[in-house]
Write a protein that binds this ligand. Sequence first.
Ligand code: PLP
Length: 381
Amino acid sequence: MTSPTAAGMEPFHGLEINALARALEAEGRDIAFLEQGQPAAPPAPRVIEAVRGVLDGPQRYTHFAGMPALRAALARYYREQHGVAVSEDSIIATMSSSSGFILAFLGGFAPGAKIAVTRPGYTAYLNTLYGMGYRPVEIPVSAAEGWHLTPAAIAAAHAREPFAGLLLASPANPTGAAVDRTQLGEIVAVCARLGVRFISDEIYHGLDYRGPSVSALEFTRDAIVINSFSKYYCMTGWRIGWMVLPDDILRRTQILQQNLFIAAPTLSQVAATAALGERDYAEAQKAHYAANRPLLTEGLRALGFGVDEGDGAFYAYADASRFTNDSLAFCKRMLAEAGVAASPGVDFDRVNGGRYVRFSYAGSRETMDKALERLRRFLKA
Ligand SMILES: Cc1ncc(COP(=O)(O)O)c(C=O)c1O
């Protein structure tokens, strides 16, 4: 019998911790959920109204690339937020950024191509690449350098082991590291020089605390840009996102979208179109994360974790080496004994992640307070 998983694939441990936590909750335990990057708030009220308004009509597939109204709203978004003209025809509405990765890899790269990612980096990058037969090249980033990926590190990694693509999230998960305008421009330039196709995961855009979010589209039309309504717009469960494609792979990616997915979910597209007009609501949610950020970071530090405030997103990637070198076992014990759910560092870094735990501060202030109090007792025991 062959293994059901491709070589290199690992479980998404954060999701498995979430499943364990839900099971405990179903048994009546009170759990502080900090293991997933999920906003506590629902989507903006107008988003719900917009969906209610179409519920009585037919609910058919949309255009394969997404509703024209959604793509027009996205083109407006790029004009207003980034000052760039993006053709509606180069946009594809996706089933969240997760399906965007599938389309980006299949649309942009030959089978088995090497694609570089940071270590630590988002769990699904390695697992999706391995699962689809691509070969990840990991570029280490360090706490000492604020977890930032530099052009020099990209060039050095490429000299060691040439790769065809580079996938980077800014702000990043799990570290919150974000590149500024100059740094992003340099990364785009080094990719162009090396002949590397850049995939920019912009899912945490809007959630930068140190300056405006900068899109790769401000520098190039050769990058594949992936984004999602999950985080900034509080719509994780709607599974809706989008991508902007360069001309040379647009047609191929459209054909993949047609055949793999037909179209993104219709109701979610209606919701997403409304959400783009509700940035004030999204900014109000961001203010909650901004208030949680020092609270959780300082609280964890006081307990003995090593952690700095990231530049963006809503995670504290905490050095837990005072307590463990087996973050998965530690997270399971913390959940069972303290009722606090967090993600083990091994989800993000298979080399050093045993010493790290990621806590999300996307939840409510009460959840942060409760988690810190429970951790205090747990670590003392
Ligand atoms: C960096 C990054 N990219 C993509 C995703 C996937 O999000 P979604 O599929 O909800 O768009 C996540 C989820 O946490 C993430 O952290």
